[in-house]
Design a protein around this ligand. Structure first.
Ligand code: ADP
Length: 621
């Protein structure tokens, strides 16, 4: 058994040969649930993969930023030890010292790649700078408000990220105290631009921010987010920022408006997620020692697409399975229907066959009954005719009997008186009368006798020939009768001897009707098949049939022949015989003259199936 058949069998056993609306809905809901589960799982796996990749990149970014920030960290300390800077600070009025300091700082700036390197005195005033003489020169600017200056003067080292108060360009400021004999003379500061690093943020695939200590975005892959505080800043923070002019000219609008209290890191991250979009996963790294944080929002569209495709696949497989099951179930149901219909048809055929058999048996019984009835009727008809004939016969026989009686008595008288010749004459008459009576009785016997067996197929030509032969033998002469049979092998349903009798009688009458025939006008016997009938006609060229003869032809003892020549029984007997064979004998006037006697019988072969007549029955003759 194939697996689809097994499934369909299973469905049939469950009583669900096919899917209804409820089954479809249930299946759909299950498929959707499964697809949703698959979506979640695949998205989780895929997101985890992408987040891992994002974390890796963030690690690299954090390390790069740390390196970038740390790269120049030692520079101010080294510069602070240079006597040229100390000289400039101690002898600020000497232009030569200031010029040498400017040259030195310019050289250092060029070598280090820093944006600017400059020297600040204890009051915060910039006295020398790598950009001295430039339009945006720091020289003459006072940076006493900057924490890195304050810290450096106070602790020996300061660092700070701010928008340049002079250039308005952001930068990372590193400062170190310049000392001489342990006394702080001033501060040497290095400004490092992080533009290259920021550009590398923008090159990445996800939004990435760098937050400073207060949670203000200082570097961003998206410039619109720069200098936005993550959350609203406190008044102290705002005051401090204002004092240090860290983000001069920037409103520091909070990214997360309406959130009053400073948020914890985790809460911040959730808020950022909300801000950036749910499609992003937040990953962050602290920059060691700097108090900064790099935050990236890993976008996971690939994970979503992958998950969506997987879910769609699961859904389609689910629905495909449902369709398949449905189709299999439908096929099974259709096969079942077909089998049912086949059984029904077979049952109907069997019923029909049985009914047909019963009808045939019934018909056969009826046919037997009919045959018996017909036979009895025919027999009864014959008896009736015999009854009719009885009077005529008794009359016909009575006359010769009376005559014979008289002839015998007279003969006795003649013998008693010695008139032997006269007696012999009487006896001859008696013999002649006996012959006539014998003829009558013979005729009656011939048709009163019932020939056994059913009619059979009889060759017409042979029967005509046999009749002609008998006729020639009886007449003892050549008989000029022409014969035509079309088709030559014409077969008729008859009893051969009976048919011969009929033909012999008709032929004899035809010859009698024209004892002397005109040349070329011999009587004609023709036989032809007409449909399922055979028509045999005996045509002569004699005087024909008078109206009176037409009216009485087939009555027994009707004869126009002289006494002793005709009994008038031939046609009556012939009619009886033809009827007995299921046919008809009729008499007609010839077209010009003469008479036509027509025998119509069933053609053998045409109605064979009906009559049950064998193909040939010559042997039965
Ligand atoms: P039968 O020949 O002994 O007279 P049938 O019954 O054979 O008896 O014929 C009856 C009568 O029908 C005949 O006497 C004759 O008058 C008439 N008849 C029969 N055949 C012919 C015929 N071919 N032409 C004219 N009359 C005929």
């Amino acid at each position: 058994m194939s697996s689809s058949n097994r499934v369909a069998r299973g469905l049939e056993r469950l009583g669900h040969p096919s899917f209804g609306v409820r089954q479809w809905l249930l299946w759909l809901v299950l498929s959707v649930l499964l697809a949703a589960w698959v979506y979640g799982q695949v998205r989780g796996w895929q997101s985890a993969k992408e987040i891992a990749a994002g974390s890796g990149r963030l690690e690299v970014l954090a390390a790069a930023l740390h390196t970038e920030l740390s790269r120049h960290e030692a520079l101010p300390g080294v510069l602070g030890m240079d006597p040229r800077l100390a000289a400039a600070l101690t002898q600020a009025g000497v232009a030569q010292h200031l010029e040498r300091a400017n040259q030195y700082l310019r050289h250092v700036q060029a070598q280090s790649g820093a944006e600017a390197v400059y020297l600040i005195d204890r009051t915060g005033l910039t006295i020398a700078s790598s950009n001295a003489g430039d339009p945006d020169s720091f020289v003459g600017e006072n940076y006493a408000f900057r924490p890195y200056v304050i810290d450096a003067l106070k602790t020996g080292f300061g660092r700070f990220y701010a928008i340049g108060a002079t250039t308005s360009r952001p930068g990372y400021f590193l400062a170190s105290a310049v000392r001489q004999d342990g006394a702080v003379l001033g501060v040497v500061a290095v400004k490092v631009a992080l533009t290259a690093f920021e550009a590398s943020l923008a090159a990445g695939p996800w939004p990435t921010l760098v937050l400073e200590d207060n949670g203000v975005v200082i570097l961003s892959s998206d410039r619109a987010l720069r200098y936005r505080s993550l959350t609203p800043l406190s008044d102290e923070q705002r005051a401090a920022i204002k004092n240090t002019r860290q983000f001069d000219g920037e409103g520091l609008q909070p990214l997360l408006a309406g959130t009053a209290a400073p948020l914890q890191v985790a809460a911040q991250e959730r808020e950022i997620e909300r801000l950036i979009g749910a499609d992003h996963e937040l990953v962050s790294r602290n920059i060691a020692d700097k108090g900064w944080r790099v935050v990236a929002f890993v976008n996971t569209p690939t994970a979503q697409t992958f998950a969506a495709v997987s879910a769609a696949f699961v859904l389609s497989v689910g629905m495909g399975c449902a369709l398949l099951l449905h189709a299999v179930a439908l096929r099974r149901a259709r096969q079942h229907d077909l089998r049912e219909r086949e059984h029904e048809i077979r049952r109907r055929i069997e019923d029909g066959t049985r009914q047909l058999r019963e009808q045939i048996e019934e018909q056969a019984r009826n046919a037997v009954m009919l045959r018996r009835t017909t036979d009895s009727a025919v027999q009864a008809g014959k008896l009736a005719v015999l009854g009719q004939m009885a009077a005529a016969i008794s009359h016909e026989l009575n006359q010769p009997l009376t005559a014979m009686h008289n002839f015998a008595e007279t003969a006795l008288v003649f013998l008693g008186s010695g008139q032997d010749a006269a007696a012999a004459g009487n006896l001859r008459r008696i013999v002649s009368l006996c012959d006539r009576m014998g003829q009558i009785v013979g005729h009656l016997r011939s048709y009163a006798r019932k020939q056994p067996g059913p009619p059979s197929a009889v060759d017409v030509r042979s029967t005509i020939d046999a009749a002609l032969q008998l006729l020639r033998a009886a007449q003892n002469r050549a008989v000029p009768i022409s014969v035509s049979v079309e088709p030559p092998q014409l077969m008729v349903v008859a009893r051969p001897v009976r048919l011969e009798q009929v033909l012999l009688n008709l032929l004899r009458n035809a010859l009698d009707a024209q004892p002397t025939q005109p040349a070329g006008a011999a009587p004609v016997v023709s036989a032809r098949g007409v449909g399922d009938k055979v028509v045999i006609e005996v045509r002569d060229h004699g005087p024909g049939l008078s109206d009176e003869a037409m009216a009485h032809l087939f009555e027994p003892f009707f004869t126009t022949k002289p006494s002793g020549e005709g009994l008038g029984l031939g046609l009556a007997v012939s009619k009886m015989i033809v009827r007995e064979l299921g046919g008809e004998l009729s008499a007609h006037k010839g077209e010009e003259r003469g008479a036509v006697f027509r025998v119509e019988l069933q053609r053998a072969g045409a109605g064979r199936a009906r009559s049950g007549v064998p193909e040939t029955a010559e042997a039965q003759r």
